[in-house]
Design a binder for this molecule. Sequence first.
Ligand code: PMP
Length: 426
Amino acid sequence: MLYQRSSALFEEAYKYIPGGVNSPVRAFKSVGGVPLFMKSAKGAYLTDEDDRNYIDYINSWGPAILGHTHPEVLEALKLQAEKGFSFGAPTELETEIAKYIVENVPNVDQIRMVSSGTEACMSAIRLARGFTGREKIIKFEGCYHGHSDSFLIQAGSGMATFGSPNSPGVTQGTAKDTLLAEYNNFEQVEDLFKANPEQIACIIVEPIAGNMGCILPENNFLQNLRKICDENGALLIFDEVMTGFRLAFGGAQEALNVKADLVTYGKVIGGGLPVGAFAGRNEIMNYLSPRGNVYQAGTLSGNPLAMRAGLKTLQLIKQDPEFYNKLAKTTETLDFEIGKILNEKGIKHRINRKGSMMSIFFDVTSASNFNEVNNSNIGLFNNLFHQVLKQGIYLPPSGYETWFISSAIGDTEIDKTLEAFRNFQY
Ligand code: PMP
């Protein structure tokens, strides 16, 4: 049997961990079959408990932009670990990483570190509410901003994979303050502002959406959001948990040249350790405790190991001026070559791509919002997923997720990937 040890481990895990996993999409529920249990990872490859190797297109859902277990990050972590794991007191290292980010990211004066993307987004909307004195927020269908209550309404990622519009446990009271619009539909946003005058604290948006597959903003969508926020005294929050330090060092703000009032980070910023962050201009960030009254805290926030892994990862990226061009080139090659193969096979599809994020949607010609993604042929994606998995290609286990390309993926890995796609039978 192919995945023998993973099957046994999953069965055992199922007894002690809800659904056998600590984060839902890992369970392979959408694609079916046994989730692979991993035991190690290096560069472009993951190794599972059955000793099979996989070219990784998930990369820990984004953080491993340099590939896995980069030797210099590992060394930095070892040195840091010798000094202590956690102090619960300020360290010079926290200022070092904050300064490094503020100096290299547009439009950000201060940054607060947390331990996950969820915390970052949850805290950013609290700050936006505290700053504006308003209660409502706008989010878009199919966007995911973590699992805090306000966001679990028509959310993407696992919520999309499992087809749950809203999570039980989120109260009506909370849900009523989250207003929904379709991604790329600016008229709906205008209508919401008209219907809720002086009540909207912020719009939170994934500037490139990655949680309903990879969806790009169209028709000046982000510029229009910027404008309507300015006109109405609301804040624009870019959720750059995926795009931050991935599309460009300065994330989507830099790559797409649109300014946000608050930005949330996660994934790459922690270099594979649990980190999130939110950042913005002084006038807003000064509202945060202990300087201001908007409360936010964390026992392990700014943890020295996490800060060291993050800082080293960011420095390694920054030291190569061609880093993002090379990543984009790899992704472009995958897009073109996979597209060619699918066309030769007569499989109708749409590939969306930006920088090192991409997704394939089957049986549709357009994928610009959640509705269109829902009309794509997820069954065909699931079929593809299993066929390439058997050949050592690890794609995200859901048609609703983006692929994350790492700089460890080179020609050999691209060739192997294309070979697996050529062998795809449908
Ligand atoms: N925002 C976005 C855009 C994300 O993609 C994610 C996670 N994939 C989050 C927020 C939540 O981050 P975390 O899982 O670290 O809580």
